[in-house]
Design a protein around this ligand. Structure first.
Ligand code: ADP
Ligand code: MG
Length: 356
């Protein structure tokens, strides 16, 4: 039984002119963390507000543990929220902030103190050291942890995160993503994490839901959506992608000669079933190998037009004989061996090219 089931939910604004969420369906299972990934304005926050009960859908059904929650106010849904505006009370100590939700529920003092201690330990802000501190005495990452502790203290059946780390710098964000995932796994609480950052989504989630213009365009594990994107939008949103135009059915031309896609090392047979006249072949830059010698098997030739070094990888721009451009990403600097402008050959790693 899913913790959360969204069944064809929609939300329009401006008497139907603005479609923020468009017929969206999604199941989230116990213990799972699912990211909703998409560009700004695609409907992520609206979806979260609908799940939380801060807003009602104009169509469709929302179920928590198999029961419809349509029309139920937020506090009746047992869903925790961590949004970007952390809503930490500045005049309250860490302890008071974390205890807030439990006090509102009328939980007794001793139980509250115990619970606060437990969740502060969990987020690595031990109560003995941090409980009495005021929010102004904490770093951005620590405030993030307080917000998480406050939400977890109420033992929600589902936690919603809406870009809570967008204000943190890259390194802290990566670190917190891994930590948040490990806390989520240790509690085995289901979570939905909204972000426009594909690296955070990949580091964090069991499954990624990719949204575009209010609709779900693809759902899969981080590897699935990266390696087997369903369309051009998903492919480019998740990273650099080469699109090579196939000249005719199953045949690829680089100007000086034609290469049969079905020919072993270029594309494996099961991946060319979708081939058609004038289709595109897509391949990630790290799956293109550069060779300084002409290969025996099929290969495409071109010239290196530019190489840059960044974060351990050489990124080269290759100009194929027919004018098409290919990006490559490798730990080896081929340009040093053969020089910029020299003729090189490209080989796509086995099974790594796909017909679009
Ligand atoms: P995201 O969180 O992915 O950036 P939002 O869910 O905030 O996207 O917004 C989705 C779309 O719905 C946007 O075009 C936004 O302008 C519109 N929208 C959101 N809330 C409202 C509202 N209260 N009134 C009118 N339009 C809205
Ligand atoms: Mg948003």
């Amino acid at each position: 039984l899913p913790v959360l089931r969204l069944q064809n939910i929609s939300r329009t604004f401006g008497s139907g002119r603005i479609v923020a969420v468009d017929d969206l369906s999604l199941d989230v299972y116990p213990g799972e963390i699912v990211s909703i990934l998409g560009p700004s304005g695609c409907g992520k926050t609206t979806t979260m507000r609908l799940i939380a009960g801060l807003d009602e859908p104009t169509g469709g059904d929302i179920e928590v543990f198999g029961k419809s929650v349509n029309g139920q106010p937020p506090h009746r849904r047992n869903i925790g929220l961590v949004f970007q505006s952390l809503a930490i009370f500045p005049h309250m100590s860490v302890h008071k902030n974390v205890a807030f939700g439990l006090r509102m529920k009328g939980v007794e003092r001793r139980t509250i103190d115990q619970k606060v201690e437990e969740v502060l330990d969990l987020v690595h802000l031990p109560a003995a050291e941090y409980g009495a501190r005021m929010p102004s005495q904490l770093s951005g990452g620590q405030l993030q942890r307080v917000a998480l502790a406050r939400t977890l203290a109420t033992e929600p059946s589902l936690v919603l995160f809406d870009e809570p780390m967008a204000a943190l710098d890259r390194r802290l964000r990566d670190y917190m993503a891994v930590e948040l995932r490990s806390i989520q796994k240790s509690l085995n609480v289901a979570a939905v994490y909204v972000t426009h950052d594909q690296e955070t989504a990949s580091a964090m989630s069991d499954r990624i839901v990719i949204m575009e213009a209010g609709k779900v365009v693809q759902v899969g594990t981080p590897e699935e959506v990266y390696e087997r994107p369903g369309n051009r939008f998903v492919a480019t949103f998740l990273g650099d992608m080469n699109f090579l135009e196939a000249g005719s059915v199953g045949v690829w031309s680089d100007g000086s000669r034609t290469v049969h896609i079905a020919d072993g090392s270029l594309v494996v047979a099961d991946e060319i079933s979708g081939r058609r006249e004038g289709g595109s072949v897509m391949v990630r830059p790290e799956h293109v190998e550069l060779m300084t010698l002409e290969p025996n098997g099929p290969g495409l030739s071109g010239r290196i037009s530019e190489t840059q070094f960044s974060s351990g990888f050489y990124r080269s721009r290759i100009c194929l004989s027919d004018g098409q451009e290919v990006l490559t990403r490798s730990t080896e600097n081929t340009a040093v061996v053969c020089g910029v402008g020299a003729k090189i050959w490209l080989k796509i790693k086995q099974g790594r090219a796909r017909m679009l």
